[in-house]
Design a protein around this ligand. Structure first.
Ligand SMILES: Nc1ncnc2c1ncn2[C@@H]1O[C@H](COP(=O)(O)OP(=O)(O)OP(=O)(O)O)[C@@H](O)[C@H]1O
Length: 607
């Protein structure tokens, strides 16, 4: 919390101070009317007592009843007005303060998260990160907005009222104030008991939301697997669980609130009984001195004013604990070290020629290596293809070039520079990447194409789309380049998505192009078109192709065959077919010549 204030609150500390001060003043102003009412009853309306106000010299106060009346009216109206003005100022300044802090915390946390490694995102669930940037940041805001001022108001109200009651009649004050520790103890008990129930409630709501989120995402699978009833039951179970948890909390709340009212009522009744007796009969046993009617009225008003702030104590404690836990999660995310970041002496890759070299690279996502001792090099403008069975490590090898992960041993070099020695911006600017799962943003075709090259001209965009064989189908969409394509591009076919993401990569005109299964989701005819396009597109740039369909990599300058993370063969298509190894087997199967022998060869190779 201290960190929150010192980093994010400092710039608007004036707003915070203003909010806190006015919140206290508005509480004080709220105490004036009952006090003045009591004084007026005793001095002006009957008893003839002296018109006295705390902290004001008696000599300044009028002795004439009419003057006293107008003074009382003036004070009451003034106090109401001040209370409104202070209350308004408090609301506006604390709202401004907390919303500004929220904005800064959110932006900073997102920035920190954005710079984290892919390995971090591999381990995290999306929901968890959304919760940090959403709920946790909001928790902090509501703590700063309501809770801080609420806590101060509570203290001010209780201390202020207690002081006033003692000033008026310390003996009766003791009776009235007995309720305060009782109310406070009851509140602490409630807060402690309800806390684990709340936690369970939040967890059950999290489960329910997670379940619905997952189901919406997997709607197609649910429908095609015909598991609609099963999923409906599961949602129903999660919903019922959340109902039970909610009910556990609500039950306790319905014990607490009447309990507080009852305690306050007992205190009120005790004050009323004792004070009434005092007025009618005289000082009760153990009490001495006088009590005036007006004082008594003030007492009764004030004793009612303890209840609300004390009842709010539970919320204050809860909100504080929530905010503290949220603060811890936010700062844990902010403090997460980004291992893949620019070195201090990182240089920018300039005028990239496109020479790529893997030098004895070993890498694993966990302890087990996924790539072992991988070495090869590609001259500028040439094409290298990674092929091999599924899970062999082809995509992983490509990701190391973009430095989405860092190698464990060895080095990946571009133009002779270790990718760890150059700035990430310049490295990734030099490489166009079309991944296995093409991701498109919800937006128009145009927005998606210009992503990463926001300054491209219309002509450049269309040229890229044409090169990727996408222009024709885009023009046939209802709004052409301005057609919205839905979340993740759901309104397009797989092949269309792939061509758009190819066009997007082309628009950046990178020196190196990485195509991960770039033609996997298209029909044979489209593939032929894309192949034609690729022949032009890859002509003068280094290209790394990963493909299952070997026909697409036939013309590569170098084919690297990976199996189990190792390079088992390398060469051109013709060389590898002639060599009769794993590649030749895969080729035989794909070329439609598969027979028992080919599959048996694959079995022998351990696949
Ligand atoms: N983010 C990740 N975290 C942990 N392990 C991973 C991750 N990505 C891939 N792997 C593992 O690394 C191995 C190689 O995966 P990779 O995606 O590189 O294979 P691939 O040859 O491209 O496979 P495919 O042809 O099926 O796409 C696999 O065993 C996979 O389970």
């Amino acid at each position: 919390m201290a960190r929150l204030f010192s980093i994010y609150g400092r710039r608007d500390v004036h707003l915070f101070t203003l909010g806190v001060v006015t919140s206290i003043l508005s509480r004080f102003a709220g105490l004036v009317p009952p006090l003045v009412l009591g004084v007026a009853i005793d001095a002006t309306f009957g008893n003839g007592a002296a018109y006295r106000l705390p902290l004001v010299p008696t000599a300044w106060l009028p002795t004439e009843p009419v003057a006293q009346l107008w003074l009382s009216v003036g004070l009451i109206v003034g106090a109401f007005l001040l209370s409104v003005v202070f209350g308004w100022t408090q609301g506006v300044s604390l709202s401004l303060f907390s919303n500004r802090v929220q904005h800064r915390v959110r932006s900073d946390t997102y920035r920190a998260m954005q710079s984290l490694d892919m390995a971090f995102f591999d381990d995290k669930q999306t929901g968890q990160l959304l919760a940090v940037l959403g709920d946790d940041v909001r928790n902090l805001k509501s703590f700063l907005n309501g809770t801080v001022s609420g806590a101060l108001q509570l203290v001010v109200t209780v201390v202020g009222i207690a002081a006033l009651l003692f000033y008026l009649n310390w003996q009766l004050a003791l009776v009235t104030l007995v309720a305060v520790p009782l109310l406070a103890t009851f509140t602490v008990w409630f807060t402690r008991t309800v806390r684990p129930l709340y936690r369970a409630l939040r967890a059950s709501i999290g489960d329910l939301t997670g379940r619905i989120e997952a189901n919406v995402g997997g709607m197609e699978v649910i429908k095609t697997a015909n598991t609609g009833d099963y999923e409906t039951d599961r949602v129903e179970d999660a919903s019922w669980e959340s109902y039970l948890r909610t009910w556990a909390v609500v039950k306790l709340e319905y014990l607490y609130q009447p309990g507080m009212d009852l305690l306050a009522g007992v205190s009120f009744a005790a004050t009323f009984a004792l004070g009434g007796y005092w007025l009618v009969v005289g000082a009760p046993p153990g009490f001495s001195g006088d009590l005036l009617v007006g004082e008594f009225v003030t007492f009764l008003f004030m004793s009612q004013r303890f209840v609300d702030p004390l009842a709010g104590m539970g919320r204050i404690v809860n909100s504080y604990e929530n905010a503290r836990a949220s603060g811890e999660r936010i700062f844990a995310l902010q403090d997460q070290p980004a291992r893949i970041a620019d070195r201090e002496d990182a240089v920018a890759l300039d005028a990239v020629r496109g020479e790529v070299e893997y030098d004895d690279v070993t890498f694993g996502y966990g302890d087990e290596p996924v790539l072992r001792n991988v070495s090869f090099s590609v001259d500028p403008g040439r094409t290298v293809a990674f092929v091999g069975p599924t899970g062999a490590g082809k995509s992983t090898a490509a990701k190391l070039l973009l430095r989405l992960y860092d190698v464990d041993e060895g080095a990946v070099r571009v133009d002779g520079h270790d990718v760890r020695d150059v700035t990430l911006d310049s490295l990734r600017d030099a490489i166009g990447y079309v991944s296995q799962d093409t991701f498109l943003f919800d937006g128009t075709v145009r927005e998606n194409l210009l992503y990463g090259r926001f300054d491209a001209t219309e002509a450049e965009m269309i040229a890229a789309a044409e090169a990727a064989e996408a222009d024709a189908f885009v023009r046939s969409l209802p709004d052409g380049y301005d057609t919205r394509i839905g979340e993740r591009g759901v309104k397009l076919s797989g092949g269309q998505r792939q061509r758009l993401s190819l066009a997007r990569a082309m628009l950046r005109d990178p020196a190196i192009l990485v195509l991960d299964e770039a033609t996997s989701a298209v029909d044979t005819e489209t593939e032929a078109y894309i192949q034609r396009a690729l022949t032009d597109l890859t002509a003068d740039r280094t290209t790394v192709v990963i493909a299952h369909r070997l026909s697409t990599v036939r013309s590569a300058d170098l084919i690297v065959v990976l199996d189990g993370g190792r390079i088992v063969e390398r060469g051109t298509h013709d060389e590898l077919v002639a060599a009769g190894g794993l590649y030749a087997t895969l080729w035989a199967i794909q070329a439609g010549e598969s027979d028992r022998d080919a599959l048996a060869m694959l079995d022998d190779a351990g696949q």
